[in-house]
Design a protein around this ligand. Structure first.
Ligand SMILES: [Fe+2]
Ligand SMILES: [Fe+2]
Length: 281
């Protein structure tokens, strides 16, 4: 058994975000930031450039016209939103370079991308601001499982085995076997990467029913998205049984029951395209 600090101190095995992302982050946080500088930085990374352009032309946005340049995509999507999308793409590439079972990793990202798309649509359907932030929250909610899978592969396998035989929630099994769970690991790794506090709070709180009940719209969106993605059977992040439904989360979102089928249809419509953009090497 290893302690949480120990898991993260093993820095040789912990991925760091690319320099390109750090530059993007700095430019966006600069009050004098302009579009040209962010376009220039993204342009240094051809894979990021292609993915952003494909996103700008995808059903994610549904812009009526073809978006043919990076500067046009940044102008249409917005600086902060582009930064968040860059974080998403960089994050997936960063964990690709590590020794995690590729089949697990593939299912994991499918689950998390679908959660991102679903929570972004929940935000869109309920007229929230900066819906890209909801995409990132869904995309990273289970990120803490990856450092565990990477650094403690035997324990991780034993956790997955216990879940499939007992049906117990993953965070409870992790606590029993490791003394901590993926929400704590996720929050720690995001703070190491100096990510914004609301994102860290969502990752830390996504299995905490007291916090979900407390009225957080973001946590409610992630909770409901997680359940919908389980019900739609898109990917898997190691849990066979979804977390119990928290009714309060549904009422906080204020979604009409009739919109649910429309929302799921839209998730289905966007998923294959977005999955390809993010997961293709
Ligand atoms: Fe989780
Ligand atoms: Fe999940």
């Amino acid at each position: 058994m290893k302690d949480l600090e120990g898991l993260l101190k093993n820095s040789a095995k912990l991925p760091s975000l690319s320099m390109v992302y750090h530059h993007i982050q700095r430019v966006v946080n600069d009050p004098d930031a302009n579009m040209e500088s962010i376009v220039e930085i993204i342009g240094e990374d051809p894979s990021l450039t292609v993915r952003l352009l494909r996103l700008a032309n995808s059903s994610f946005y549904g812009f009526p016209q073809q978006v043919s340049s990076l500067s046009e995509s940044v102008r249409l999507i917005g600086l902060k939103q582009v930064r968040d999308l860059c974080f998403g793409t960089v994050l997936i590439q960063v964990f690709r370079k590590n020794k995690i079972d590729p089949i697990f990793l593939d299912h994991f990202w499918r689950h998390n991308i679908a959660c991102g798309i679903t929570s972004r649509l929940i935000a869109q359907f309920t007229n929230q601001q900066n819906i890209e932030q909801f995409f990132i929250m869904g995309l990273v909610h289970d990120i803490g499982k990856l450092p565990i899978a990477m650094n403690l592969p035997d324990q991780f396998e034993s956790i997955l085995k216990e879940i499939s035989t007992s049906g117990a929630p993953m965070n409870e099994v992790e606590h029993r076997q490791l003394g901590y769970d993926h929400t704590e690991v996720g929050a720690l790794i995001l703070s190491e990467w100096k990510m914004p506090q609301p994102l860290i709070d969502v990752v830390r709180g996504h299995h905490d029913f007291k916090k979900i009940k407390s009225g957080s719209f973001e946590l409610s969106a992630i909770h409901v998205a997680n359940l919908l993605v389980h019900a739609m059977e898109i990917g898997s992040s190691g849990e066979d049984i979804p977390p119990p439904f928290e009714e309060k989360a549904w009422s906080i979102l204020g979604l009409e029951l009739e919109t649910l089928s429309k929302l799921c249809e839209e998730v289905d419509r966007q998923f294959l395209e977005i999955e390809r953009i993010f997961l293709e090497p």
